[in-house]
Design a protein around this ligand. Structure first.
Ligand code: NAD
Ligand code: UGA
Length: 477
């Protein structure tokens, strides 16, 4: 098989497919890169002249699209044609948790992977390298290979159609996706065909040094991705569990995190306490890991990882309880401002955002929410909060209890409390003394992202509660 790749196609134009292919196109101008998706609206948005309308918000993405789109980067719904003309096909489709059937609630739903493999089996021509970019259960390459091989059974003896499968999971984080793709900590490639591995290495080599390119067997590669996400999520749950202990004991979570993280064996990254991890992947990937462990009879291992998820959900419920308690035990008909709905800063993604659980809890308790997020739209928020029942078990229309604030003043006006859930930089510049004047007294700020410097508040009449801040900021008042 020749390792000369001229055209690549990526199935799935989402948060991974779009940015990843934009970077590849930018770094490998000799390649033709086609990103395909079933979703026509999404492809239309990727092709929109107005770059503020791209379906994914990532710092730096607009510039890349401007540089490459229409030159060597194309977004298309022509899946068949794009696969047929490609030497290498990346699968970057979603792998959500199964909602029904065998493994429901834990296993990854591989229906999009399977349909992608079937499209490749049908439409590919010549020697095609298939690259798993999606995060998938270990052993998924076997499923893909089986589909690809069975498609070859009815072919003429002289057919030149053949496939190899590689695993190359993506480690980008949202909000820093372009930077992560441009300067990856590592590129992982698993597979058994040296020629195919080299073909993919040759692409990455254009901007990633070879020491950072790890070659492994395919199962190690698949499992490394699930393990990396599980370890990252575990750190967040670990620090969040300690944040609760700080609040009880007078310790300060930031000081603890700093002292612990300066041990080079532990490291200082990923030790920020907050409202719990969100995002489309940590929860689903751990659920998947738990499912696989159970499948192999490793009950203790499954239980161990499940605790990471339990602490995460506990942290969100714990925060809601604190808020309600501080507001005299009831939030009914009270206006609460929510600063940030996305699961982290610099993204418009709300999947599994901690804001969903916390806002749902508050709405169920009767609160009215005024929400401000620089990138998330009202419809998106309503979609995430639908299907709620009030304390009496009656369903209610969430739209009647939520409004979007277009300014901090609007959010604060007559509110009892403001809850900081996303660490957007712009929140650090809020003039709280102005905001305080607009709020109903006594007014509370709940800082779950360490945005506020309490020294700025010593003179104000705001009550401040900071997550993991054991010297009880509210007691300063
Ligand atoms: P996404 O939902 O944003 O995008 C997936 C896209 O695939 C959708 O637009 C969907 O329409 C399309 N699709 C599904 N089946 C298709 C088919 N048969 N043909 C054509 N298009 C199809 O998902 P995402 O966030 O980009 O994640 C994709 C994968 O990458 C997941 O497995 C995820 O776990 C993994 N991952 C995600 C991130 C992240 O930050 N979001 C990071 C690393 C890895
Ligand atoms: C995460 C991983 O960091 C990526 O390596 C991986 O590729 C990706 O999942 C994936 O597979 O989808 P992402 O979810 O985009 O990336 O963002 P993170 O920066 O990891 O944050 C995840 C969540 O943890 C956020 O809600 C964030 O606020 C929270 N977090 C993170 C903390 O609460 N504290 C921290 O110290 C770090």
């Amino acid at each position: 098989m020749s390792d000369e790749v001229k055209t690549i196609c990526c199935i799935g134009a989402g948060y991974v497919g779009g940015p990843t292919m934009a970077v590849i196109a930018d770094k490998c101008r000799y390649l033709k890169v086609i990103v395909v998706d079933l979703n026509k609206d999404k492809i239309d948005s990727w092709n929109n002249e107005d770059l503020t309308k791209l379906p994914v918000y990532e710092p730096g993405l607009k510039d890349l699209i401007k540089r490459c789109r229409g030159k060597n980067l194309f977004f298309s719904t022509k899946i068949q044609q794009s696969i047929a003309e490609s030497d290498m096909v990346f699968i970057s489709v979603n792998t959500p948790t199964k909602q029904t059937g065998l493994g429901a609630g834990e296993a990854s739903d591989l229906k999009y992977i399977e349909s992608s493999a079937r499209s490749i089996a049908e439409f590919a021509t010549g020697n095609t390298i298939v690259v798993e970019k999606s995060t998938i259960p270990v052993k998924t390459a076997e499923v893909i290979k089986t589909i690809l091989i069975s498609s070859q059974k009815g072919l003429e003896k002289n057919s030149t159609k053949s496939f190899t499968v590689l695993s190359s999971p993506e480690f980008l984080a949202e909000g820093t996706a372009i930077d992560d793709l441009m300067n990856p900590s590592r590129v992982l490639i698993g597979g058994d065909s040296k020629t195919s591995i080299n073909a993919l290495v040759n692409i990455y080599k254009n901007w990633v040094s070879e020491e950072k390119i790890i070659k492994t067997n395919i199962w190690s590669s698949e499992l490394s991705k699930l393990t990396a996400n599980a370890f990252l999520a575990q750190r967040v749950s670990s620090i969040n569990s300690i944040s609760a202990l700080c609040e009880k004991t007078g310790a300060d979570i930031r000081e603890v995190a700093k002292a612990v993280g300066m041990d080079y064996r532990i490291g200082r990254h990923f030790l920020k306490s907050g409202p719990g991890f969100g995002g489309s992947c940590f929860k689903k990937d751990i659920l998947n890991l738990v499912y696989i462990c159970k499948l192999y009879g490793l009950k203790e291992v499954a239980n161990y990882w499940e605790e990471v998820l339990k602490i995460n959900r506990w942290q969100q419920n714990r925060l809601t309880t604190i808020i309600v308690k501080k507001l005299f035990g009831t939030v009914t008909s009270k206006k609460i401002g929510i600063l940030g709905f996305a699961f982290k800063a610099n993204t418009n993604d709300t999947r599994e955002s901690p804001a969903i659980k916390i806002c749902s809890n508050l709405l169920i308790d009767g609160a009215r929410l005024s929400i401000y997020d620089p990138k998330v739209k009202f419809d998106e928020i309503c979609n995430n909060l639908k299907d709620l029942n009030n304390a009496n078990g009656n369903s209610f229309k969430v739209e009647d209890f939520i409004s979007m604030a277009s300014s901090y003043e609007e959010l604060a006006n007559n509110s009892d409390a403001i809850l900081i859930l996303t660490e957007w930089d712009e929140f650090k510049k809020i003039e709280w003394s102005k905001i305080a004047k607009l709020m109903r007294k006594p007014s509370w700020i709940f800082d779950c992202r360490d945005i506020i410097d309490i020294n700025d508040f010593k003179e104000s009449d705001l009550n401040i509660w900071k997550l993991g801040f054991g010297s009880n900021v509210d007691n300063l008042k």
